[in-house]
Design a protein around this ligand. Structure first.
Ligand code: FES
Length: 177
């Protein structure tokens, strides 16, 4: 191989390197929305099917998650509870998902004795069937969670909820990391 060949191959290699340097961030830029959408989808947990719920009758569902650190995966443990409330036909949202963690001081909210709303056993916060405050003990209503689109006409439609926890003791709903 003479000097001219070395120069030619060297130039070609350099061009390839420059093309690769530009292509990698470009590909990442194009793929990021797809990866992000998959990540978002994974955040929705399937809790029930529409047909499992009766209109206006709340049902609670545990959120269970595997905990892991650098070395160990621990058995799945409950990390929260969600109340699902099916809405009457024609409602904007077929199902409401409400966190059972009280926005006052994080006790677990239960269904009221008459089944028409919710109460917190710790300091007697009362909430309506839609999670709105009925008295002023809790600084805000029950925290609503995002529900993936549901087909209101299909009893097999899955109810998938994005579980989140929020800061307690504040009027504003502030998600925890
Ligand atoms: S923790 Fe629920 S009312 Fe205080």
């Amino acid at each position: 191989m003479n000097r001219r060949d070395w120069f030619r191959y060297g130039t070609a290699g350099l061009k390839g390197l420059i093309a690769l340097t530009l292509a990698v961030p470009g590909a990442a830029y194009l793929l990021t929305p797809l990866l992000k959408r998959r990540e978002d989808d994974a955040e929705f947990r399937r809790l029930a099917r529409l047909g499992d719920l009766a209109v206006g009758e709340p049902r609670s569902f545990s959120i269970v998650e595997e905990q892991r650190d650098a070395w160990v995966t621990y058995p799945a443990t409950p990390i929260g509870t969600v109340w699902l409330v099916r809405q009457p036909a024609g409602a904007d949202e077929p199902v409401l998902a409400l966190s059972a963690e009280c926005p006052h001081l994080a006790c677990k909210i239960k269904q009221s004795g008459d089944g028409r709303g919710f109460v917190c056993p710790c300091h007697a916060s009362i909430f309506g069937i839609d999670g709105a405050r009925v008295n002023a003990i809790s600084p805000r209503g029950m925290d609503r969670l995002e529900v993936a689109p549901v087909d209101p006409d299909d009893p097999n439609s899955e109810i998938r909820v994005k579980f989140r926890r929020f800061r307690t003791g504040t009027e504003e709903r502030i998600p925890l990391a």
